[in-house]
Design a protein around this ligand. Structure first.
Ligand SMILES: Cc1cc2nc3c(=O)[nH]c(=O)nc-3n(C[C@H](O)[C@H](O)[C@H](O)COP(=O)(O)OP(=O)(O)OC[C@H]3O[C@@H](n4cnc5c(N)ncnc54)[C@H](O)[C@@H]3O)c2cc1C
Length: 485
């Protein structure tokens, strides 16, 4: 995987080259450097095209955003996405009954795991490149005799609802994709600090894209007055819906397109991370103990995110699914503390400091509290003292201890995703919206134009709450309109 400095060096060189080359028209311009945009660029890297990837901020990853406290640099903190859900079999998760269950374990197409190789199993759910990537990351041997064989490697607390994380932080994934994209051809380029504001059809080459140069200071990105125009034959837009709605593009103004673009509800998703001199919480019993939702470390490669508390609906027993509103289910509410979820992010091997995700919350409360009090430390993401005070109030309730027992954190960060280019952390489609229609209408909004919109919010799942949905949208567009290479 590429480290931050290497990536920066690659980007700077690319930037210089591309500025000198501005009169070259891109074959494809990908707008948005999140996982959707970087994946699209990566998928097209061997198509012998001139591809430009443009990103609003100075950072690649979008809502894949890994932060590190300087005082605990070896603990990646995820301000946005943090895990993958990997449940594709009917295995109970109880390793002690593995031998008994083995003959009956099937993938979700009802094929026995013992009758398929791990490659066959993966190929049902992933593209060839994704299989290669997963195999590289997880170090599974894809030639294992059967897919069932892999289950023997699962750690002891392996669970049905398996969340996987990436050892050096989830932002490594888009960074790694971009490194390979750049390495695949001299014709590829990456341009950070470019905000797309308009697209117009031009008579000769296809489209003229209007960008404002932006500057990022202390993690905050703002536009400058410098306008840059870029020519491109085809355009893939992977920006979040609120940013998409602000792009001046005639096609998007058509009534049926505009009304479909607006079929979304937006949802709060706030994370509050606190850094302490020691993991004080490990000395106390947890009021609500939901071990079954524990994240785990795959072959000890990933951070151990130990679930401390979650008031989520009891998803295991409710049969929670994507179409939960259609099914007759009865979820159980475990608690109503507004911290929603608390995770132990671990202790730094280098400094001994400990990181707690005090709240991963869907409550507006935290954004309101953030407006009050002093900043605890330097930096755009610094948490306010009021957030800390309230977090401690709720953590005291959670652990059933006196608030004074909780030590003062030495640092803290909060992410709330409520500024441009986001409006909230996630969107989901409004009730009654037909997902197929949304996908058909939006992914190529004009029959005559080569402009594509790849977003989980307008995919067949109509949500960007899980990144796999935007990846599916990218896959759909590339396989239909760009062919395989
Ligand atoms: C708090 C939180 C927790 C989450 N947890 C998970 C999780 O555990 N697992 C999971 O799979 N998913 C999770 N998600 C969802 C996941 O992060 C998203 O589905 C995914 O990152 C969306 O990727 P994207 O590339 O479509 O958009 P984004 O990541 O939003 O990327 C869009 C990019 O476009 C850029 N951009 C915007 N406007 C412009 C413009 N005008 N010009 C140029 N560039 C522009 C932005 O700066 C950004 O970099 C979480 C999200 C949040 C916020």
């Amino acid at each position: 995987m590429v480290d931050g400095n290497t990536l920066l060096a690659v980007l700077c060189v690319t930037m210089v080259m591309s500025l000198a080359d501005r009169d070259v028209c891109h074959d494809v311009t990908v707008v948005g450097g999140g996982i959707g945009g970087t994946y699209a660029a990566w998928k097209l890297r061997h198509h012998e095209l001139n591809i430009g990837l443009y990103e609003f901020s100075d950072r690649l990853g979008g809502r894949f955003y890994t932060y590190r406290f300087p005082e605990a640099p070896d603990i990646p903190i995820e301000l946005g996405a943090m895990r993958y859900l990997t449940q594709k079999t009917n295995f109970s998760g109880d390793l002690s009954s593995l031998q008994k269950e083995l003959p009956f374990i099937v993938s979700d197409d009802n094929a026995s795991l013992s009758d398929q190789t791990i490659s066959e199993f993966f190929s049902k759910y992933l593209s060839d490149e994704a299989i290669e990537m997963v195999t590289n990351i997880l170090k599974f041997n894809s030639h294992n005799p059967t897919a069932a064989h892999v289950l023997h490697f699962m750690p002891e607390n392996f669970n049905v609802d398996v969340y996987m994380t990436i050892s050096e932080g989830i932002q490594q994934l888009p960074e790694h994709l971009v490194k390979q994209f750049i390495g695949a051809s001299r014709n590829h380029s990456v341009h950070t600090n470019h905000q797309l504001i308009s697209i117009t059809r031009n008579s000769v080459d296809g489209y003229t894209l209007g960008f404002m140069q932006t500057v990022t200071s202390d993690g905050k990105t703002s536009p400058t007055s410098q306008f840059i125009s870029v020519c491109s034959h085809r355009v893939i837009l992977t920006v979040p819906p609120p940013a998409l709605l602000q792009i001046n593009l005639e096609t998007l103004q058509q009534r049926h397109i505009l009304s479909t673009l607006k079929t979304l509800n937006y949802h709060v998703g706030v994370k509050v991370f606190l850094l302490y001199d020691y993991p004080w919480w490990r000395d106390h019993l947890i009021k609500s103990d939901i071990d079954s939702l524990n994240s785990y470390d795959s072959l000890h490669k990933c951070p151990k995110l130990k679930n401390q508390y979650s008031n989520y609906y009891d998803i295991l027993h409710s049969g929670y699914t994507d179409n939960r509103y259609d099914e007759h289910i009865r979820p159980t509410l475990i608690s109503d503390l507004p911290i929603d979820m608390t995770l132990d992010f671990g202790i730094s091997n280098r400094t001994g400091r400990a990181v707690l995700l005090a709240a991963y919350s869907v409550h507006d409360l935290w954004s309101e509290l953030q407006k009050n009090g002093e900043k605890l430390n330097l930096g755009h993401h610094s948490v306010s003292t009021e957030v800390v005070r309230h977090a401690h109030m709720y953590l005291a309730k959670l652990y059933n201890i006196n608030m004074t027992v909780i030590p003062t954190p030495t640092a803290g960060v909060i992410s709330h995703w409520d500024q441009y280019p986001y409006k909230e952390a996630f969107s989901t489609s409004k009730t009654g919206v037909d997902k197929e229609t949304v996908w058909r209408t939006i992914h190529k909004p004009s029959a005559v134009d080569n402009i594509f919109i790849a977003s989980g919010s307008y995919s067949k799942r109509t949500s960007d709450a899980w990144s796999e949905y935007c990846l599916e949208a990218v896959e759909g567009i590339i396989s239909t309109y760009f062919g395989n290479n």
